[in-house]
Design a protein around this ligand. Sequence first.
Ligand code: AMP
Ligand code: MG
Length: 402
Amino acid sequence: MLNFGEAQQRVLAMAPRMGAERVGLEEAAGRVLAEDVLCPVDVPAFDGSVMDGYAVRAADFAGDGPWEFPVRGESRAGEPLDALAPNTVARIFTGAPIPAQADAVVMQEHVERDGDRARFTRKVSAGHFVRKRGDDLRAGSVAVAKGTRLRPAHVALAATVDRAWLTVMRRPRVVLLATGDELRSPGTPGPVGSIAESNTLGLAAMARRAGATVAVAPLVPDNLDATMQAFEAALADADVVISVGGVSVGDHDRVRPALEAIGVQLDFYKVAMKPGKPLALGKRGNTVVLGLPGNPVSAMVTFAFFGVPLLRAMQGDGDPLPRAWRARSGRAMTREPGRLEFARASLVREGASWIVTSLENQASGAVAMLARANALMVIPAERTELAEGEDVEVYLLEELGA
Ligand code: AMP
Ligand code: MG
């Protein structure tokens, strides 16, 4: 059985790269940038005031105050004043360009105004309340680097440097297929023993959050021919085929034999993790196949650690793996060693610490527990017990996209 870290590396190594496409800025959040976005001019483009007040020349404040100067002109955003004559000051507002010759701004609360004269009682130093040209970004520098998954702040920055569109990586096309004779669509009737198919709903939402477009294939019954045909159809139409269920070694598990029969090269089919031991990775041509276990918690947890990073890597994301945080275990535990465990857990703040407590029901089908949890707590494979208060790794379900 492959260990978890090795399996994750094999998935990333198998990721084919998507091509690029252009999108308008309003479409760009969440996509991965396929170019370096350069800053063509200094940002900000001019020295500006960060206060409402008076533009002054610091050199005019010689000797001891107070100082009094005539107010000559006004500079406001969109309507700047060209220059300031010596021994005069100008009214200025936030965001307005600093007039030539002026080099500081005095906030209006510190100025006594009397008709066209202004009186100052505090000395002024050059540069005060001036936002310098190029303070934020220099002309010619990289504003947003290739491989960045674009957050709203990156999109706003792209607009700031006058871009209306960006080149991003194409979205991978995912086809999801659910296997199992017992499955029916949610909200439809079925015989005793049938269950509502839930995995493709959760997985489709996760895949979309990871940047993919998703199609869900019709339900696949547990027979070899139907399973082979379903995979053939999916492979023709996808960059990644994700199946759920039927990947174990029971009498009715058809996924592995079907994949082998249609020429998918299997890389692995078992990972030493809990939940989610049966898990298949394969490839045919440029299309990746991920066979997830059918239990709903196993399906979503394995997709979070293998499927989401795969989709991100395919989009050129330089940082595709989820990030672990640290917390203290809220209780002592004993367990059987052997597999790396991701326990569904509740993470709360207590004083200065984050406390993570595993939920009572850790069954791999207990999807209510996954919904109630906000974190997965990591228990290393070889551990047989965990002390209360012990330092552990946790993943946030929100960050895992689950
Ligand atoms: P399997 O991996 O096919 O052995 O399925 C393991 C368990 O997960 C069984 O109890 C199945 O009924 C259940 N299951 C499999 N696929 C789904 C699905 N798409 N939605 C909900 N439950 C499923
Ligand atoms: Mg099944």
